[in-house]
Design a protein around this ligand. Sequence first.
Ligand code: HEM
Length: 333
Amino acid sequence: MALIPTLAAIFIACTFMGSHNSVTAQLAFGFYSSTCPKAEQIVSSVVQQSVQANSRMAAILLRLHFHDCFVQGCDGSILIEGDKAEKHAFGHQGVQGFDVIETAKAQLESECRGVVSCADIVAMAARDAVALDLILPDDAEWRTGLSGSDGRRDGLTSTTSSADDMPEVTESIEQLKNKFIQKGLSVKDFVLLNAAHTIGTTACFFMTNRLYNFPDGTSDPTINPAFLPELEATCPKDGDVNVRLAADRESELKFDDSILRNIRNGFAVLESDAKLYTDAETISVVDSYVSPLNFLTGPNFGADFAESMVNMGMIDVKTGSQGQIRRVCSAFN
Ligand code: HEM
């Protein structure tokens, strides 16, 4: 399915941002067009090369943007190096892609010094990574846009404890929903953003609770009985927790709505994804995309996912004189 939201749709999304709690900025497309005209091109080409070298990278970059935005806003705080820095938080386990962002940053610094923030690079890289996905047509357009008249600026703090509140797979659907609502996102955004799991993988580490401790010795009853043996075979009890499995069974390389079908049919892999089909509000969002008549009357998954990504990319962004434009992404100036 093509991800081709119209600019009008995105404009409407931005206009409504004002009604959310923590979302503060307005979008400005082509923010770097005069100060660093090649910015978009440089990021896009670094992302393209990194995905060619490692097919997992698209999913990795998409996840990195989520983890950046959910801790003190989309401000690159997750990129900072240091023993007590945010990136080492328990809630960020398995997050990668830092080297890709740093490579893009180095090229941007030699092209136009001190102009493009690391937070914006993370946002652009996530967008470009998805737009590169196999089933997207060449002309697919997903503009996350850059925020405010100053773009996203880089944060000045990064601590492990700041990520204590990252959503976790074992939390209840109410807790998970609230974590998104507290960020100024809607229940629809919550469901659609979790549909990012249409690409990528999870480590068996995150499956232990669902398969063997639900509670003691039992598995999550929402797992389709036809799927349970497959999951248990991939992630056996006391097996290697680093083994990885697709989060969207049989469709991990396609950016499509199959994850929502899998969730509805009991083939969700992540416990948090399965919970999207245990709550009336989230069920109705899932169903709106996967009902048999969807192609006639239903909403468009690709366009709506892109809109939700725009919303996520606006969380608590720093603009104006806040923060800084880092020289390297892994350290404050
Ligand atoms: C309730 C919220 C969420 C929870 C609990 C959650 C949890 C997880 C977990 C446990 C993994 C596996 C990590 C690993 O083994 O390395 C994962 C992977 C992933 N997540 Fe989420 N996630 C959530 C929301 C999101 C959102 C909002 C996005 C993006 C918009 C996202 C994008 C991804 C992607 C693309 C992957 C695959 C990464 C890879 O293949 O390396 N997730 N998520």
